[in-house]
Design a protein around this ligand. Structure first.
Ligand SMILES: [Zn+2]
Length: 198
């Protein structure tokens, strides 16, 4: 960012008065351009005993398998963004009544928050969208575990198959952090009580 989108003045990078973080600021009109984390919303679509995965047609992680998910747009809710991404990437239609918030991930090292909704497909109808090479249903033993695109996808799938054995699906929030050695660690921050209790 070089020029102000309001007045075309020059942008500088400094800590504004009363703030404690470096910001992009316009020296002409004093507007501060805040940069905040992005929300990525998606679904875990289930049909019978299988989960729906998409093989990515785009970078990063082209060719790897993922759950349908993408950046939330302005003007939409988290759930409607997740439903839109499921249609765009997997050609699958899911309805809000079939969706429950399931996992939330904080990824402060890349300024992202992921939210996945657990949902069911009413029919095995889907097709690869623009950003997918293929879309397919996988039983637990068929999941391409070594070919998953992102840790948040692996963790969400692991939780789902474990929860399914218990018959309860708590909402969980995780924080992911990289150590100085580049090792990824996952921390379970909170877990809702089971649906039987609420
Ligand atoms: Zn300006």
């Amino acid at each position: 960012m070089k020029y102000c989108q309001h007045c075309a003045g020059s942008i500088t990078h400094h800590i504004p008065p009363g703030d404690d973080k470096l910001r992009y600021c316009c020296i002409a009109c004093d507007v501060v351009f805040y940069q905040n984390p992005n929300n990525i919303v998606g679904t875990l679509p289930i049909y019978e005993d299988k989960v729906l995965l998409c093989r990515r047609a785009i970078e990063p992680r082209r060719g790897k398998w993922t759950l349908p998910a993408g950046f939330m747009e302005n003007g939409e809710t988290t759930l409607h963004g997740a439903i839109r991404e499921t249609l765009e990437e997997a050609g699958a239609t899911v309805v809000p009544a079939d969706c429950s918030l399931y996992t939330l991930f904080n990824l402060p090292y890349i300024n992202q928050v992921y939210l996945f909704f657990r949902t069911s497909l009413r029919a095995p109808e889907f097709h690869a969208g623009e950003e997918s090479l293929e879309v397919a249903l996988f039983a637990e033993e068929e999941v391409p575990w070594s070919e998953l695109a992102f840790p948040v996808v692996r963790i969400t799938l692991e939780q789902y198959f474990a929860d399914r054995r218990e018959g309860v699906f708590p909402v969980r929030m995780f924080d992911l952090h990289y150590s100085a050695e580049g090792q990824l660690s996952t921390f379970l921050i909170s877990s809702s009580t089971s649906n039987r209790n609420n």
